[in-house]
Design a protein around this ligand. Sequence first.
Ligand SMILES: *[C@@H]1O[C@H](CO)[C@@H](O)[C@H](O)[C@H]1NC(C)=O
Ligand SMILES: *[C@@H]1O[C@H](CO)[C@@H](O)[C@H](O)[C@H]1NC(C)=O
Length: 332
Amino acid sequence: MALPRQLGLVVLLLLCGTQGRWSSPIPLATCPEACVCPDRTQINCSSLGLSVAPRHPSMSRTADLDLSHNLLRAVALHRPNLELRALRLGNNQISYLSLCLDMRSSDGGGRRLRAPEAWRNQRSKRFVSWAPSLLLLSMEKNRLAETPRGLGGSRALQVLQLSYNQISTLDAGDLEGLWQLKELHLHHNLISSLHPQAFMGLTNLTVIDLSFNLLMSVSPATFLSPRVGLEVRGDGNPWRCDCEMASLKRWMALDADRDQRLWLDMVCFSPSSLAGRDLLQLREEDLGCPGPSAQNRPGFHHDLTVDQGSTVLLPCSIEQGSHLLGYVVDSV
Ligand SMILES: *[C@@H]1O[C@H](CO)[C@@H](O)[C@H](O)[C@H]1NC(C)=O
Ligand SMILES: *[C@@H]1O[C@H](CO)[C@@H](O)[C@H](O)[C@H]1NC(C)=O
């Protein structure tokens, strides 16, 4: 009786031994179920009707993760993926995304930090990003009400595609740290306000697409940081062409002269008398500003408030052709 049992134990040990040797290194499970992995660097789980993102070891090693065209409401990796360059989340139902690693992932996986207070706290602390090497983040056609949190942890990000969401505002700091950002796609959102410092320091931006939002006016200071070669797309916004827009118009004229920023389709929506007119083609009098003759009056006085560190263009009363001369003044 004792003999067969001992034999059984030996056989078992042998089996374990050989299995251990064969599977060392353990062949890494190659691909999450139903997804397609053309090579070791790509995982494609698009159009699978997923309502939960797969949890699979390969997710924290892949360079290109495509989860687009699913029914996802949230996405997060549970440990940092240093290889991840492209994250494709378009056409889902995501209303909030944070790239900050959730240190309490056991209980609070989807807990939402309310911006901006929570974010300020979070920024002043140090956070760990789960996608620190991203070059591309695309999440068009989702339900985002605000820009993803923790973007600043992806220092190399070049393309941010957030069109067709429900983002209503862009605050200072939302894009902070994205010094390599080249393209920012925000068209078809509900943006009605842009903080004048929203794009501060983003000198590599070549395209800001703000078309089809709810912008009525914008401070020219907003676009001064990305300098040469920036294209701003503004069509499909209810621009209100009043004297407040005069300063922006001056910049547009100067940029056109110097071949710098390119302003596309800044077309007035209101007042009704100017609806459909191109802002750049209007005169300051058209915008309801006091005309040059009024400004030339002796004793003409006009207060001007300038944001610290920003640059303003002051109108000069001499018109030369259709161009308005101006002065660039750096504030102290
Ligand atoms: C993923 O697969 C779909 C087809 O199922 C394809 O259209 C898409 O381009 C693929 N994604 C990538 C990043 O190649
Ligand atoms: C812009 O990008 C280039 C290369 O992509 C980089 O060398 C440069 O530092 C970036 N600009 C800033 C302000 O970081």
